[in-house]
Design a protein around this ligand. Structure first.
Ligand code: SF4
Length: 472
């Protein structure tokens, strides 16, 4: 067999049938379900008189619609004030109860954002094909898995058949060598990659992240990077399996045990691209040149290093790009040439499936420790990605550090990542956000999102404007 990439291997291992039109039937090992994209899928199954093909392959948890204040969470699903959110969460509960699907319900200590819960429970493992009705399912590729988001009709199809019809993507390698500077994190790396290749740079590709920087990166950092592969246009991102992967997975509740564990590890260690594998596109970036990043516009590719200046559309020769810059400046209320460090922030959001794991919470706590939130920052919330992250952070006393600095410590969920629950931006407000999307209105009507790392968000909360975390 000729040399293969990691993606080729994962694909080949799961093809059930090849079709004449170039598509394939792919077997799915793990299906993660949440309340937003599953109700119609379950209803479709019911109407067709079907049951899930393998209910034990499905793990469910509500995340988008769950409130994040302790008060509203106290009485579980019944305490959700927003009627639509309440119906969505309740519907997921009812469907999972009826069909015998494992669900981490609203006040289960394992509840959280699907893309945080999957890896941390060992529900998502190396070598698996993993789907969820949410585009950021790419996150799990960090484990050396083929993981991608699917639509509602596909959720029903996978529930019914355990398979999906898919066309193979092309192979892209994003290679970042060198050593990251102090204060430069996985989030800065992935924002810098998107700044370089653009939000369409990965369209049609599965991206493998390789090179010295990813080999040295923690699993949590890799999860952050793969989470944002979708923002670079790629449906899937992945990192080869190594000791860091195996150590991360070992002991997690759904991970194999005993003899099964040893067999699994032997197989997982083969999940790397062959040395002479051919990629359709290779992008190389010098990791040592990456600085802490801040997005200034309304697309993740509109990103600059912290010492940068907002672009001037009049100096952009490409008129389409110039128009995009003008529109973004107008929406964001920024002036051409303005220093990034001059942008004041009204709110700070530390959370989301990109940056709500324990390392993210620790990084933010380290910055705010012994300091106070700036007076102009109306609200700064820290939202752990899961009950497990919350518990760990509280055991380490991190919540007390945030509270002492006038930041709020919340219950797990998607929270202010998107305007689908009570946590929202006001019209015109600027937010330092550790989430992954800065589109118009993403965090609330008229809200202005700036994507940053947890440390940079924490530093902005203290300074009241964007500031180079390396100076803290
Ligand atoms: S945290 Fe944001 S991006 Fe992630 S699953 Fe929730 S809404 Fe989607």
């Amino acid at each position: 067999m000729s040399a293969r990439t990691l993606y080729d291997k994962l694909w080949d291992d799961h093809v059930v049938a090849q079709r004449d039109d170039g598509s394939s039937l792919l077997y799915i090992d793990r299906h993660i379900v949440h309340e937003v994209t599953s109700p119609q899928a379950f209803e479709g199954l019911r109407l067709a008189g079907r049951k899930p093909w393998r209910a034990d392959s499905v793990i469910a948890t509500p995340d988008h619609n769950v409130p994040t204040t302790a008060k509203e969470r106290a009485s579980g699903v019944e305490g959700i004030e927003d009627p639509i959110s309440k119906i969505q969460v309740k519907t997921l509960d009812d469907n999972c109860d009826e069909l015998g699907i494992v669900e981490f319900k609203i006040n289960d200590p394992r509840q959280g954002i699907v893309h945080v819960v999957g890896p941390e429970t060992g529900g998502c493992l190396p070598g698996m094909t993993i789907v969820c009705g949410d585009s950021h399912t790419s996150t799990n590729g960090a484990l050396g898995a083929l993981s991608f988001g699917i639509g509602t009709s596909e959720v029903e199809h996978v529930l019914a058949t355990q398979c999906i019809i898919a066309k193979k993507m092309k192979n892209m390698l994003v290679k970042v060598d060198g050593t990251l500077g102090e204060g430069v994190t996985a989030k800065d790396v992935v924002l810098a990659i998107i700044g370089e290749i653009g939000t369409a740079g990965g369209t049609g590709y599965a991206i493998e992240f390789g090179g010295e920087v990813f080999r040295a990166m923690s699993m949590e950092g890799r999860l952050t990077v793969c989470n944002m592969a979708i923002e670079a246009g790629a449906r899937a991102g992945m990192v080869a399996v190594d000791d860091i992967t195996i150590e991360y997975v070992n002991g997690r509740s759904f991970a194999p045990k005993g003899e099964q564990w040893h067999k699994a590890v032997d197989n997982w260690r083969k999940l790397q691209s062959d040395a002479d594998a051919v990629f359709d596109r290779i992008v190389e970036i010098d990791g040592s040149s990456i600085k802490p990043q801040v997005s200034w516009g309304t697309s993740p590719e509109m990103v600059l290093p912290i010492d940068g200046f907002v672009p001037d559309p009049n100096t952009e020769k490409d008129q389409v790009k110039a128009g995009g810059i003008r529109r973004a400046l107008d929406y964001m209320g920024l002036a051409a040439g303005q220093a990034i460090t001059d942008i004041k922030v009204d709110r700070v959001f530390i959370g989301s499936c990109t940056n709500s794991r324990i390392e993210d919470i620790r990084a933010a706590a380290q910055i705010v420790k012994g300091r106070k939130k700036a007076a102009n920052v109306k609200e700064a919330i820290v939202v752990p990605g899961s009950g497990a992250v919350k518990k760990q952070a509280e055991e380490e006393g991190l919540h007390k550090i945030f509270i002492a600095a006038d930041l709020e410590w919340r219950e797990p969920g998607c929270s202010m990542c998107l305007a689908m629950n009570a946590d929202k931006l006001g019209d015109g407000e600027h937010c330092a956000s550790t989430s992954n999307r800065n589109f118009e209105g993403r965090q609330g009507y008229g809200g202005r999102t700036h994507l940053v790392s947890p440390a940079m968000a924490a530093a902005a909360a203290i300074a009241g404007h964007f500031v180079d975390v390396r100076e803290f």
